[in-house]
Design a protein around this ligand. Structure first.
Ligand code: CAP
Ligand code: MG
Length: 418
């Protein structure tokens, strides 16, 4: 139409240079892919629905350009001056904001973002990363094990500590709060932290093994800072944050004070399913996982490929790669420990280790606390299943010498729960 300038944002001959590139999948509604691409590039950079009576000269160099249209896939190049240095919320308000709501698009999915080094240089990335976490815990040659007490919420501070004692003394390395456990009336944060740290002290003295606690600080930002300070006062290594419900700006603040406090960050991705699951609309987990690494978390959930949560093995492999690959464009951004979690039990450990190798944190909640012999037996069954893989023997063979593993296999076998 005469008052539109969307097609000014489409240039198939354009060759991006050191720009931020977004890959979108778009389904137009009554317009061409060309016009859809123009709308995406315009609305996510400098434009709007109509031509304007005044345009500053610099607009020409700030316009995003849709430079590749292949079927429903559109690639858009964004000049870096569009983005404030070091500001993740503003990035998403641009490339993942209004465009999702445009009537001219039936659906839109942000599949990937390619960040140039000029953009990444403004971010610290993880404080510890895989190598730093292994040094923190003194565990180098095997996956790390974690468990979440289940039921996920419901224990009081003392009952929680009992489950923690059984899990950690049974062989689990890391105790993790569940994503919705923060500070409820029956289990206040301060008392739970005090109790778990006493348990860790006791178990470390009894076993000589290093233990740590992924303590969930998720809350308003100043409260998260207060909780993190308490964690550091106890000498614990980690704070845990539900990064999507807390928000990217909060995560960047957490990264700052965890640097001051020397705390590693465990990132839980609860709520991602609200916008990652549909193939034709939303934001891919590859984008979320890249942003988590850029924001500087040390651990990040990436799925199992075999457990109860959605996510095929091919997607899990891609997300693992986002975590563990060296980034040529930003060598200062350390590698992130992938966390495999969700419906796991000893019968699935060979599959998980086939997918991840040993650089993985294997989180097993129900698959430990649902063991017929209880939490401690569940913990040993988990460790024995990992040992079996490292020894190169089958779980059945290992189970001949492990009652706990045998009972786990009798209850769950190799089921992939839904
Ligand atoms: C797993 C879990 C994790 C999910 C999150 C849960 O418990 O604690 O939050 O793994 O999903 O609450 O379901 P179980 P994802 O071990 O008992 O399944 O890791 O895919 O983000
Ligand atoms: Mg959970």
């Amino acid at each position: 139409m005469g008052f539109e300038w969307y097609l000014d944002f489409v240039d198939r001959d354009y060759e991006p240079s050191d720009e931020l590139i977004c890959v979108f999948r778009a389904e137009p509604d009554g317009i061409s892919m060309e016009e859809a691409a123009g709308r995406i590039a315009s609305e996510s950079s400098v434009g709007t629905w109509t031509t304007l009576s005044k345009l500053p000269e610099r607009i020409k160099r700030l316009m995003a350009r849709a430079f590749e249209i292949d079927g429903n896939v559109v690639k858009v190049a964004y000049p870096l001056d569009l983005f404030e240095e070091g500001n993740i919320p503003q990035l998403l308000s641009s490339v993942a904001g209004n465009i999702f709501g445009m009537r001219a698009l039936k659906s839109l999915r942000l599949e990937d973002i390619h960040f140039p080094s000029e953009y990444l240089k403004h971010f610290k990335g993880p404080q510890f990363g895989i190598e730093g976490v292994r040094e923190l815990l003194g565990i180098y040659d095997r996956p790390l094990t974690a468990t979440v007490p289940k039921p996920k919420v419901g224990y009081d501070e003392d009952e929680y500590a009992e489950v923690a004692y059984d899990a950690l003394s049974g062989g689990i390395d890391i105790l993790k709060d569940d994503e919705n456990l923060t500070s409820q009336p029956f289990i206040r944060f301060e008392k739970r932290l005090e109790n778990v740290m006493k348990v860790i002290e006791k178990v470390e003295a009894e076993t000589g093994e290093k233990k740590t606690y992924l303590c969930n600080i998720t809350a308003e930002t100043e409260e998260m800072r207060r909780r993190a300070e308490l964690i550091a006062d106890y000498g614990n290594e980690y704070a845990m944050v539900d990064i999507l419900t807390a928000g990217w700006g909060a995560v960047q603040t957490v990264r700052e004070f965890c640097e001051e406090l020397g705390l590693a960050i465990h990132a839980h991705r609860a709520m991602h399913g609200a916008f990652t699951r549909k193939d034709d609309h939303g934001i891919s987990l590859a984008v979320i996982t890249k942003l988590a690494r850029i924001a500087g978390v040390d651990n990040m959930h990436v799925g199992t490929g075999v457990g109860k949560m959605a996510g095929e093995a091919s997607e899990v492999e891609r997300l693992r790669e986002v975590c563990v690959s060296e980034w040529e464009e930003a060598k200062h951004i350390k590698r992130v420990f992938p966390v495999s979690s969700g419906g796991l039990h000893p019968g699935l450990i060979p599959d998980v280790m086939r997918l991840f190798g040993t650089d993985v944190i294997i989180q097993v909640g129900g698959g430990v606390h649902g063991h017929p012999g209880g939490t401690r037996a569940g913990a040993k069954a988990l460790r024995d299943s990992i040992d079996a893989v490292i020894e190169g023997i089958s779980l059945e063979e290992k189970a001949e010498r492990s009652k706990e593993l045998r009972e786990s296999l009798e209850k769950w076998g190799y089921v992939s729960p839904k």
